[in-house]
Ligand binder design. Structure first.
Ligand SMILES: [Zn+2]
Length: 300
């Protein structure tokens, strides 16, 4: 678990060296596979992620949105951190799309996050850079690694500011370089990927752009794939993305959909405890086949 209450930047490199989320994603990059970062909205999803990781002997990250902090303060975060601590395989806890300085500082100070996505992509460029620099330092000083998004990945995710209608901005190698120099550990490029539903033609991914970004950043940061809904991103396309350097892939919609489906099918027909157990199993199954697709199965 990341420690908090550490002042100043002295010894930051040493603190990040022990960061378990960084170790998980670094190992994936070195081993040419990717790990699933599973968006969790409740305790059942946390359990499903850890159980999938243990069943498949796969490393994994539990991801929480800022919503969890706004809704329940640090309760789900601390449960997730404890579940990660107790797991028999490497599991870390990461905050996805934290979009305000306040929520980032509050989350970092709560203790329990190994990583935080500092997403200032809805600000204009100069403000994005200024805020990102400040917040990356803030997180790093507390032993927390950071993920940033140069450019802008469009679409919507639960609890995340709607970027639909904002002009799409694809990441350039120059922007990627600027963010690497802020001291980030993970970079989420926008190369045609969007959150949620794609247009009628499906994903129009700019792989030459992704290759140039990967070449620019080299081994200094790990690349993260957002917008990889399984309706579009199955084994073949995920493997292609991994071959371009993606080492962390965010999984959201299909896990939540499994929860909702079981809720609809079983509510009122079986005891509530049974509903919760079956929801957990259904989510675990979704995480497990993603581990196979990402080739993280057996890597823990
Ligand atoms: Zn995302």
């Amino acid at each position: 678990m990341a420690t908090n209450g550490v002042n100043g930047n002295h010894g930051v490199a040493a603190r990040l060296k022990d960061n378990r989320a960084k170790a998980i994603v670094d190992a994936a990059y070195a081993g040419k596979y990717a790990i699933p970062a599973v968006c969790c909205y409740n305790l059942e999803a946390v359990l499903a992620t850890v159980r999938a990781a243990e069943a498949k002997r796969s490393p994994a990250l539990i991801q929480l949105f800022p919503w969890s902090i706004e809704f329940a303060d640090g309760l789900l975060l601390h449960a997730a951190a404890e579940a990660a601590d107790k797991a028999t395989v490497p599991v870390g806890v990461h905050m996805d799309h934290a979009q305000s300085p306040d929520i980032i500082k509050r989350s970092a100070d709560l203790g329990g996050y190994d990583g935080i996505m500092v997403d200032m992509s809805h600000y204009e460029r100069d403000e994005n850079m200024r805020l990102s620099r400040e917040l990356v330092e803030y997180c790093n000083a507390r032993g927390i690694v950071t993920e940033c998004e140069p450019g802008r990945i469009n679409g919507t995710e639960d609890g995340i500011a709607d970027t639909e209608g904002m002009e799409e901005i694809l990441t350039t190698p120059e922007q990627a370089e600027e963010f690497v120099r802020l001291g980030i550990d993970w970079l989420a490029p926008a190369f045609g990927n969007v959150h949620g539903v794609y247009g009628p033609k499906g994903p129009q991914l700019d792989f030459p752009r992704l290759a140039r970004i990967h070449e620019q950043v080299g081994d200094r940061v790990r690349l993260v794939l957002h917008g990889a809904h399984e309706d579009y991103f199955k084994e073949e396309l995920l493997k292609k993305c991994i071959s371009y350097g993606m080492a962390k892939v965010n999984i959201n919609g299909p896990v939540a959909a499994a929860w909702t489906q079981v809720q609809g099918e079983l509510t009122g027909k079986v005891p509530l405890t049974k509903v919760l157990e079956e929801q957990t199993k259904a989510m675990q199954a979704v995480v497990e086949y993603h581990m196979d697709w990402l080739m993280s199965t057996g890597k823990a």
